[in-house]
Design a protein around this ligand. Structure first.
Ligand SMILES: C[S@@+](CC[C@H](N)C(=O)[O-])C[C@H]1O[C@@H](n2cnc3c(N)ncnc32)[C@H](O)[C@@H]1O
Length: 225
């Protein structure tokens, strides 16, 4: 009989559970109007312009980026762990201009080979992953040397007052209300810390005018493995 201490390790667990049904319903509606009326569609097109080859997208949500992939992209592998959003992403994949496969995995544990992608895309997701350094380490692992990480993310404000508010919200209601989102993460710092070289990027607010919201400060750009 096999003694308990020499039992084989359990098989790799399925993707960790990400279950935000209320947020998923809200995001499925809000994101579409933000794209069409709030100008996010144009930012998605800017984020993806000029990409080519095999592309990985993490936390694809309802698949709003898919329509914007340029024709030089040969294949998109998208991961989306939330069931409702994943179903919507799979629908969006059917009408995408390039082939898109949607997987149920998380950014922290990509079931993908080392150096197997030319580019990776993170849009409005580094705020939400459970383990940011691990997610970025996974992106670094699956990108080929010289591969691009395209990012469009919101993050910590450069003004102490709003940054203080963001930290308070992150400790209390914000992640509960918005599907695990955090407002005070620093995506550029985290991307560099994961070993990427930052390329051109720009910082701006959404919305551009009016009161600054906790999720207003954004960055959009490129980093290279
Ligand atoms: C604010 S939405 C952004 C969706 C999409 N990227 C976009 O640009 O509209 C954040 C997404 O991250 C997904 N998500 C949550 N935890 C994740 C994880 N650990 N790994 C990958 N995606 C995750 C959520 O289910 C959700 O679809």
């Amino acid at each position: 009989m096999t003694p308990p201490h020499s039992a084989p390790p359990p098989p790799p667990s399925a993707a960790p559970h990400v279950h935000h049904p209320l947020f998923a319903r809200f995001y499925a509606r809000f994101s579409v109007s933000a794209d069409t009326k709030g100008g996010l569609g144009e930012l998605r097109a800017e984020l993806l312009a000029g990409l080519s080859g095999r592309v990985l997208e993490i936390g694809a949500g309802n698949g709003l980026n898919f329509a914007h992939y340029p024709e030089g992209v040969t294949e998109v592998v998208a991961v989306e762990p939330e069931a409702r959003l994943r179903r919507l992403a799979q629908e969006a994949a059917r009408t995408a201009p390039v082939p898109v496969t949607v997987l149920p995995d998380t950014a922290e544990a990509l079931p993908l080979e080392d150096a197997s992608f030319d580019a990776a895309v993170a849009s409005l997701v580094l705020c939400t992953v459970r383990d940011l350094p691990r997610s970025l380490a996974e992106l670094h692992r699956v990108l080929r040397p010289g591969g691009e990480l395209r990012f469009f993310e919101h993050g910590m404000a450069d003004t102490p007052g709003l940054a203080r508010v963001q930290r308070g919200l992150d400790r209390t209601v914000w992640p509960l209300l918005f599907g695990g989102c955090h407002t005070a993460r620093a995506p550029l710092v985290a991307i560099e810390a994961a070993g990427f070289t930052l390329g051109p990027y720009r910082s701006f607010d959404i919305p551009e005018k009016g009161p600054r919201l906790p999720s207003s400060p954004c960055v959009l750009g490129v980093a290279r493995r």
